[in-house]
Design a protein around this ligand. Structure first.
Ligand SMILES: [Cu+2]
Length: 125
């Protein structure tokens, strides 16, 4: 095997769960690729589901998307946007692309009358 270009491996205990409480516990958030899977280098969509801790869907949230590769100090190659509320607290996020393999972070800033919070998800590819 050739050595990688100085990149370190992600932490061994990296949380790769796609469903979790948001940072301050205001919401439960989960993410999935809209098509069920995705390929490196391809533009695709994710669905973010936002619920209150009691399971009630959050219907009126504003979502901002950010992310990048913590090991490489760069952000996302695109600027994904939440483009539609699909009902039952599900929000379509379009314009996601991962242009290289490794450890990626997707960060969703969620604002709603119930409060503001952030959901951070790790992905490895
Ligand atoms: Cu990178």
């Amino acid at each position: 095997m050739m050595a990688m270009h100085g990149s370190s491996a992600p932490p061994a205990d990296l949380d790769l769960s796609r469903s979790k409480a948001t940072e301050k516990g205001v919401f439960l958030a989960s993410v999935e690729p809209e098509a069920g899977s995705f390929k490196q280098g391809e533009l695709h969509s994710w669905v973010l589901t936002v619920k209150k801790p009691d399971g009630t869907p959050v219907e009126d949230a504003t979502i901002a998307v950010d992310g990048g590769m913590p090991d490489h100090n760069h952000g996302l190659p695109t600027s994904p946007q939440a483009t539609a509320h699909l009902g039952e607290g599900r929000y379509r996020v379009e314009g996601v692309k991962f242009n290289m393999g490794g450890w990626w972070v997707l960060r969703f800033a969620i604002s709603s009358p119930a409060g503001d919070d952030e959901a951070v998800f790790n992905l490895t590819l």
